[in-house]
Structure formats: structure tokens, C-alpha cells
Design a protein around this ligand. Structure first.
Ligand code: SAH
Length: 552
């Protein structure tokens, strides 16, 4: 079940001040392990393609004489929970079950009513009490301030470059984190002067609008170029550029990029695989693209990965027939889709689970029934960060520079995420296959996978962590910063500022939630990983075992 946690307050005066009420984060606190819409019985029931898991309704057939005899009528007759569900259902009827990653991509950022790209009602966004979940930057300004300080510390430690500094945020939500980071950096004029541009990588047009309003003001002019949409930031008057993909941001050997990804990687589409025993001499059908690979006929039973695919649930399904966990079925229609296991190898099952020794060890160690989740987009983003910071064969860099901070939830011990896909709507855990386009989807982040991809992409970087968010924020001085805010609030309250009354208490609660290691807190579940220029382990960054240092 989603965790509902007590009062949250964003610790600032003014319009953003203190929304206080229960709000859920997207982290997997107290996650019950279940595969999608149902649990494992559902999976075995639904083995195979959609035809195996769905019956044709004869009444439906009689009623629609326009539909060809060979077509599956159910897609035309059944009631889908959202327009996107209908579109996906019909597409899957035509093409067969689709990889989980394709389903997630359509649901989150697809053109036709994806969660971040359109389906949410007008005037409502994903965040805060009226939305679906709450995130750390929205809980307290201190979160973004400390990330700003961390970047300042890195800039100092890396020799105070005078120009060419870039700030890049992927998945910036409402823009709150970047606003807090920039307000903090503004207090360090030498670093502020070194900033060439701020880049915001954002898929959602609505959120791009919200970010622009916050960072530039509603009336600020916007211009378009090949790279993206440009405006000027109210902080330090630096140019700010929005792109939909990090690849659109130009690379240059002279730049010092500081990248932040907060709750971004968990929103990237994952593929899921299950290890199965394949009987001897079974010939494994392959895609066109794989015909050139060696024969897969076997004389011994072999262990192979099979991809978990998404197909429609049988028409007239109920939460009971689908075994939806009771905690996920309240006020939600029965899921339109479910996971099924592919009967044969797919293009992805042939190469993704073979791409890392970690997956191979699971196949030989855990054997049949083992599940893994693989996120190729996470590897692409990690490789991009690494190449920007450390240089690569394609984009060599004389001296690696910059840093990236990745904050998200997922295993911190190097294990591969399994069974972690979850749906979130209005602060509650729901089936990820219910109300596509209205339901937020996320999955645990494979920090070790990110580290592997980054290390492969560039020899000029090194990785630190992941460490727990609670530890990171404590070392970064969250308590001291909160003390200062509370003291200032009390002084204002003494001077008659009504709003400041109660503010101190809200700030206290908010910061505690960010570092709390208990089930309702974010201190343990959320992790922080840092990517730095390679320095042969001579210097550890602040928050990861190192001190503030200044390179002269
Ligand atoms: N970092 C913010 C928002 C987290 S929600 C916060 O902590 O408050 C995820 C964010 O990533 C949203 O802004 C969403 O629109 C964006 N996003 C999700 N998938 C994306 C993709 N594939 N490309 C670019 N942005 C994406």
C-alpha cells in the first residue's frame, strides 16, 4: 500500500507557504510484492498471448455485423477505463502483447493522453495534495538548497571554473528544485557568474509551462530554436532552455555540467523478464532481426529469459477475478491490462538480460522463476551524463569536469529490482494497469545498473554511493539550515507576522520527513548517487564520505 504520511510543509514564506495535510510520496514504503494487476496466479493463468487469456463473446459478435468475422470483437464492445486504454487495447489486438516498457512509455509520455503529457484534468498537476504524490523539493525548500550547496562545493573542489558552467535538470516537475538550487547559487557570485545556461529536460508541455512561470515569470518571452524553447531566468538572468530529450542539449569539451535527476529515473520505462526452463530441442522462434544469430535448438533443458508482456484482461474482469490486492482496488475500476509471459524469446529477451554479468548471475544462481527488471533508458541517460562529465570516444574532453546527482528510490545494495512496478493515483497505491494515462507509474531504480552504464560510457568518471537520503541531507547540514529558518520565522512571528506563526512547527515536520528512516519517512528508502570526474579515489564528495575542499 502507498504510505500516507503526516502533515507536510514547504518551508518558505509567501504563496508556496505550508500546505499541510496527508500526502503520499511515490516511494515503495511498505510495498506489497505483486505483479501488476494481480499476483502470480494471474500470471500463470495468463500465460501466452492475448487469445489464450480472453474469450470471445458471442453476444458481442451478433450485435456488430460490421466487424469482420475474423476480428476479435471484444475490443470494440468492451468498456475501457480511459481513451488511452481503448487505444492501447485495440493496438494490442492488432499487433499482439507489447513489452512492459512500450506500455509504460505510452502511459507516461505518449502523445495520446500520457500521464505527463496530457491526460490529467485541466488546472490539476501531478504534485501536491490535490495531485497524486508529493516529492521532496515540494516538501521543503531546504532540499533544493542543499543540492545547490553540493554543486557549489563541487565547483569549488574542481577549481572554480570561470565560465562554461551548465546546470541541467532532467524531469524537473514544477521547477521547484531548480528554483531552490538557483536561489542558493545566486548567493555565491563567483559561481553565479560562471553559469552559461540552465537546461531543463521535460516531456510534459504543461510542466514546461509551470517551470517557465516559476523560473522566468509568466510574461517572459519564449523563443524557439533547433535545440528547444529559450527564455531568461529571473535568477542571475541566465539563459534557460527547455528540451524534451537530453540528447538535444549540445555537448562541448569546455563545459562543466552539473546535472540533477530527482525522481526521474523511476519514471523511465522498464522491461521485465522471468527465467524459465526450456525443454530440450525446442526451437525458439526469433524475430527477423535475430535470424543471423546462432541456432537456438537445444539438446538439454536450458534456462532462458522470457519477457513479461502487457495484454488486455479478459472482458468483464473484476478485481476478484484478477486477484487485485484489496488495498489497490478501492475506488478504481478493474485493470484493463495484465502481464503475461511471452511463450518465445523476444528481441529484448535475447539481449537485455545478457547485457550485464549481474543478470547472468541471477539466471545461473536463482534459476527458474527469477524475475528482473531492466531499464535501457536509464542506461542511456547515465551514459549521457557520464560522457558530458568525463568525455567519451565520440566527445573527448581534455579534463573531465562537472558532476551529477541522482536521487531516487531503489535497492542500495547492488541487487537488481524485481516486481517493483507500481501505480499511484491521488496519494494511493493502485494497480499499474488501471486507468492508463491517469495513473502514475514508477519502478525501483537500479543504481548499480546506472553505475555500470556510466562506467562503460566514459573512463573519465567515477561513482559514489548510493547513500541513504537521510545520511546525505544530515551531512549536508539540513539540521543547521532548518534551525536558521526556524529562528528567522520566530523573529518574524515576534515582530507580528501572522503567517510566521506555526511556520516553525511546519518546517520542523517537513525536514524530519525527508530524513526519517521509519516506514513513513523518506530518509532510508530514497538514495543518492554521485557521478564525478575520475580522480583515482583521491577526493570523495561531500555527503559521500568527503569534506569540502577547494582546489587552488
Ligand atoms: N523532479 C521533480 C518531478 C518528478 S516526477 C520532483 O521531484 O518534484 C517526474 C518528472 O519527469 C516530471 O517532470 C515528468 O514530466 C518528467 N518525465 C517523465 N518521463 C520523462 C521523459 N521520458 N523525458 C523527460 N521528462 C520526463
Amino acid at each position: 500500500m502507498r504510505t500516507v504520511v503526516p502533515r507536510a510543509a514547504r518551508g518558505v514564506f509567501g504563496p508556496r507557504f505550508a500546505h499541510s495535510c496527508a500526502a503520499a510520496t511515490r516511494s515503495p514504503n511498505r510495498l506489497s510484492k505483486s505483479l501488476g494487476s494481480g499476483s502470480s496466479p494471474n500470471l500463470s493463468l495468463a500465460l501466452g498471448t492475448r487469445t489464450g487469456s480472453r474469450g470471445l463473446s458471442s453476444t458481442a459478435r451478433r450485435r456488430d455485423d460490421k466487424v469482420d468475422e475474423n476480428e476479435n470483437y471484444d475490443e470494440y464492445q468492451r468498456k475501457w477505463s480511459t481513451p488511452l486504454a481503448e487505444q492501447l487495447g485495440k493496438a494490442i489486438s492488432a499487433t499482439g502483447p507489447v513489452p512492459l516498457a512500450s506500455f509504460m512509455r505510452m502511459c507516461l509520455t505518449g502523445d495520446m493522453g500520457g500521464y505527463y503529457t496530457g491526460a490529467i484534468e485541466k488546472g490539476r498537476d501531478q504534485f501536491g495534495l490535490k495531485g497524486d504524490f508529493v516529492t521532496s523539493p515540494e516538501i521543503s525548500q531546504v532540499f533544493g538548497e542543499l543540492i545547490g550547496i553540493w554543486f557549489v562545493a563541487e565547483w569549488l573542489a574542481q577549481g572554480r571554473q570561470k565560465q562554461g558552467v551548465e546546470l541541467i535538470e532532467v524531469g524537473p516537475g514544477r521547477g521547484t528544485l531548480m528554483s531552490d538550487v538557483l536561489r542558493t547559487i545566486q548567493k555565491f557570485p563567483a559561481m553565479a557568474d560562471s553559469i552559461d545556461a540552465v537546461y531543463m529536460v521535460e516531456a510534459s508541455p504543461e510542466l514546461r509551462g509551470a517551470q517557465k512561470k516559476l523560473l522566468c515569470g509568466e510574461d517572459a518571452a519564449m523563443t524557439e530554436s533547433k535545440v528547444g524553447s529559450h527564455s531568461v531566468c529571473k535568477y542571475m538572468s541566465v539563459p534557460i532552455v527547455w528540451t524534451e530529450n537530453i540528447k538535444s542539449i549540445p555537448t562541448s569539451a569546455e563545459k562543466m555540467p552539473f546535472v540533477v535527476a530527482h525522481e526521474f529515473f523511476d519514471a523511465l520505462p522498464i522491461h521485465a523478464f522471468e527465467c524459465v526452463t526450456v525443454p530440450p530441442t525446442q526451437s525458439i522462434p526469433q524475430d527477423e532481426a535475430d535470424r543471423s544469430s546462432p541456432s537456438t535448438k537445444t539438446s538439454q533443458p536450458t534456462l532462458q529469459w522470457r519477457e513479461l508482456l502487457v495484454s488486455p484482461t479478459p472482458p468483464e474482469s473484476t478485481h476478484e477475478t484478477l486477484h487485485t490486492p484489496p488495498s489497490q482496488s478501492r475506488d478504481t475500476p478493474p485493470p484493463d491490462f495484465q502481464l503475461t509471459i511471452a511463450q518465445a524469446a523476444t528481441r529484448h529477451s535475447l539481449y537485455l538480460p545478457e547485457s550485464s554479468p549481474r543478470y547472468r548471475a541471477i539466471k545461473s544462481g536463482a534459476g527458474p522463476g527469477a524475475l528482473i527488471e531492466v531499464c535501457p533508458d536509464a542506461s542511456l541517460y547515465a551514459s549521457d551524463f557520464a560522457a558530458r562529465i568525463g568525455g567519451s570516444a565520440q566527445h573527448p574532453k581534455r579534463k573531465p569536469s562537472g558532476a551529477a546527482l541522482i536521487l531516487d528510490y531503489g535497492p542500495g545494495d547492488g541487487t537488481v529490482p524485481t516486481n517493483s512496478l507500481r501505480g499511484i493515483r491521488r496519494h494511493r497505491r493502485v494497480s499499474p494497469f488501471a486507468e492508463p494515462g491517469l495513473t502514475d507509474l514508477s519502478a525501483d531504480v537500479d543504481f548499480a545498473g546506472i553505475a555500470e552504464a556510466a562506467a562503460r560510457a566514459s573512463e573519465g568518471i567515477e561513482l559514489h554511493g548510493p547513500v541513504e537520503q537521510g545520511t546525505f541531507l544530515q551531512i549536508m547540514g539540513i539540521q543547521e539550515r532548518v534551525k536558521a529558518l526556524v529562528a528567522a520565522a520566530k523573529a518574524r512571528a515576534d515582530a507580528g507576522d501572522k503567517e510566521a506563526e506555526g511556520y516553525a512547527a511546519d518546517v520542523e515536520k517537513a525536514w524530519k520527513r525527508l530524513v526519517d528512516r521509519g516506514p513513513g519517512g523518506m530518509g532510508k528508502v530514497y538514495k543518492v548517487m554521485a557521478m564525478l570526474p575520475e580522480n583515482e579515489g583521491r577526493r570523495r564528495p561531500v555527503g559521500f564520505g568527503g569534506n569540502v575542499s577547494v582546489e587552488e
